[in-house]
Design a protein around this ligand. Structure first.
Ligand code: HEM
Length: 415
């Protein structure tokens, strides 16, 4: 006799198979096995997802790798201004396999941020921030802020020249906040100079934030499972023909994406470990000697460009912080009923411009917004804000969208 099955296209289509034996005994008391089956084996996904939907799984696995390598690094790291640099050198040169541990953590951080930007762009392009996925989007943004803070705190830890001078730039930017700036700067440093307390504080922050990120990822993924995934067409699945079960279709697809990603990871790790690493940070922090070129890691360069394109320090801080905060308002700024930029010609061009402006701001940051770069930086910054605050609200009213297919299956000629 066949068992009744819930509607196939509903994302939370639960398994009706019951576990027996020990698994059944556990599951009746704590339904982790049936929960896993419902949420990962039988969970229905839109069948038209492209490679950009691999990045959530990639981020999750790299996050686990970062936690594992970070925990072992922490066992050998000394969080004081005098010994931090030497302890990191000892990990690299004396600890068996220490160089590999550290290189994995550093390459991992770079690729994590790269994957995060791709993941965010996917959401922007396909309108995954729109109803009913607003909370999913907001938890993603909280993750973005937490990951950025974790990466910044981590970069302080080797206490090399760039760690020190990067921290100096940021604490001075914080010090420029009117009225409370001095107090904030003092709270950040923990004393009147960047030394032991600062390094120790950022070590604790780095460690704690990394584990908090895992908790927020839990909420984020739970939110994906409530609404189900969006897809390149931006229309909701309507019939069972629009979806396929997560296993084996997306377990194999995610695995394929992970293998490709691991190849890039290995290539950087074993052949170009120096590509993403700032050589100045291989010199110990020296408060008496300012490096010729103070520049953050590539993933912070666009924000550094914003900081420098505005003549006042506080203005720069507001522009850089605002560029992230505006993303929180996005679900309410863009009220168009059409999600995917595939069907939104104005939004699509605007979005290409947005990516261009963001990259340009990074180049401006690299050139310290000097001369003509300052003007370019201001133009790019203006465009960045106009995209969200002017173009999207206008597009909601005036954009002529292309007709949407009636269903995912119909778009694939399988109706
Ligand atoms: C620690 C960082 C993050 C992790 C581990 C993570 C993980 C995931 C996973 C596993 C998924 C489901 C698979 C997928 O759709 O790719 C997902 C979906 C999603 N994430 Fe993230 N995410 C992170 C950060 C972010 C950020 C920064 C944003 C942007 C604000 C974001 C926005 C989204 C959205 C909108 C979806 C649903 C996409 C859709 O269905 O179209 N995530 N995330």
């Amino acid at each position: 006799m066949t068992k009744p099955t819930p509607p196939e296209h509903s994302p939370s289509c639960a398994s009706t198979e019951e576990s027996t034996g020990l698994a059944g005994w556990i599951d009746q008391r704590l339904p982790i096995i049936s929960g896993f089956k419902a949420e990962y084996i039988h969970f229905r996904m839109p069948k038209n997802l492209n490679g950009l939907w691999n990045f959530g799984a990639i981020l999750t696995i790299v996050l686990l790798l970062m936690l594992a390598t970070g925990t072992f690094l922490a066992m050998h790291y000394t969080p004081t201004a005098t010994d931090a640099f030497l302890s990191v050198e000892a990990i690299d040169r004396q600890l068996p396999g220490g160089w590999l541990l550290r290189a994995m953590h550093m390459v991992g951080a770079n690729l994590f941020l790269a994957a995060l930007y791709v993941h965010l762009f996917r959401g922007l392009y396909y309108g995954s921030y729109k109803a009913p996925r607003e909370i999913l989007w907001l938890t993603g943004l909280v993750l973005l802020l937490m990951v950025m803070a974790t990466a910044f705190a981590g970069y302080i830890l080797p206490w090399g020249q760039m760690s020190y001078w990067g921290a100096d730039v940021i604490s001075k930017a914080v010090g420029a906040v009117p009225v409370i700036g001095d107090t904030l700067e003092h709270v950040l440093a923990g004393s009147d100079h960047l030394g032991d307390i600062f390094v120790h504080r950022f070590f604790v922050l780095h460690f704690i934030l990394a584990f908090l990120v895992v908790g927020v990822v839990g909420l984020h993924v739970a939110a994906v499972h409530v609404t189900g995934s969006n897809n390149p067409l931006g229309i909701e699945p309507k019939t069972p023909k629009d979806t396929v079960p997560f296993h084996p279709y997306f377990t194999s697809k995610d695995l394929f994406g992970l293998v490709l990603f691991a190849l890039i990871f290995a290539l950087l790790l074993f052949f170009w470990p120096g590509l993403l690493i700032e050589p100045d940070n291989y010199a110990p922090a020296d408060p008496m000697h300012t490096p010729a070129d103070i520049e953050p890691e590539w993933y912070f360069l666009p924000f550094y460009g914003m900081l420098q394109s505005v003549p006042s320090k506080f203005g720069g801080l507001v522009a850089a912080a605002g560029s992230l905060l505006v993303l929180f308002a996005l679900p309410w700024l863009d009220r168009s009923p059409v999600r995917s930029a595939r069907f939104r010609p104005m939004c699509r061009v605007g979005l290409i411009g947005l990516v261009g402006a963001f990259v340009l701001l990074g180049v401006v940051g690299q050139h310290h917004a000097q001369g003509g770069w300052m003007l370019l930086g201001r133009a790019a910054l203006l465009y960045y804000y106009c995209y969200f605050l002017v173009l999207l609200p206008l597009a909601t009213r005036f954009e002529k969208t292309r007709p949407l297919p009636t269903s995912i299956a119909a778009a694939q000629g399988d109706a």
